[in-house]
Design a protein around this ligand. Structure first.
Ligand code: CO
Length: 211
């Protein structure tokens, strides 16, 4: 059997198990989607949003990219954010990074990853620059990468606050709360790095006063 054929076989097995548990499982799911959470995570195959949070289909709206970045010209991410906040009316947006992140590690090198990846990873180098003194002082390379992964999560949450999508929702509907989390590949535990409740202080430099 070819490797991808196994996926299709497993899928059929999964679907029949679900039906055996609850004959209406798919009928119920197909009718409505009202997730309370938007998850912005890393594409890393070892960090599956639903598995590590015990959420079921329909409970969590997911966007993933390399190193869980929130980039203000990323139409993909902004569309997901807009849809989740304004149409699904999510109550929480979670940015979840992880220790041992390959994207973070790559950004810590001076290697030329060629055009497109360089563009992407440069955003992580920009985070490093903001915390250069703290990060330079960490001698252990792995620990430095892990700390950068935490700080990267914080900066991406701050990037969310800079969008008019979040600012308008905070002003008009007092939601969503923003959460910065970090997942440990070695212990499977998620810890909170940073949080901003709806209505938190917004740096006037980025705050819109005519929403
Ligand atoms: Co990663």
């Amino acid at each position: 059997m070819l490797s991808y054929e196994k996926l299709l076989l497993e899928n059929k097995q999964w679907a029949s198990e679900k039906l055996a548990e609850d004959p209406d499982y798919f009928n119920n799911l197909a009718q409505i989607q009202t997730p309370e959470f938007l998850w912005i995570g890393c594409s890393d195959s070892r960090v599956p949003a639903d598995r590590i949070t015990g959420t079921q289909p329909g409970e969590i709206f997911v966007h993933r990219n390399v190193a869980n970045l929130v980039i203000h010209t990323d139409v993909n991410l902004l569309s997901v954010l807009d849809f989740a906040v304004n149409h699904l009316k999510v109550k929480h947006v979670i940015v979840c990074g992880h220790y041992g992140c390959g994207g973070i590690k790559a950004a810590l090198t001076q290697h030329d990853y060629r055009y497109v990846l360089n563009m992407w990873l440069r955003n992580i180098k920009d985070v490093y620059r903001l915390y250069r003194d703290e990060l330079d002082a960490i001698e252990d390379e792995e620990k430095r990468g892990d700390r950068l992964a935490e700080l990267n999560v914080k900066e991406q949450v701050l990037h969310l606050v800079k969008t008019s999508i979040i600012q308008r929702a905070w002003k008009k509907e007092q939601r969503p709360d923003l959460h910065g989390w970090i997942y440990g590949l070695k212990d499977g535990i998620i810890n909170t790095v940073f949080e901003m409740k709806a209505g938190s202080y917004i740096d006037p430099l980025y705050a819109y006063d005519d929403l």
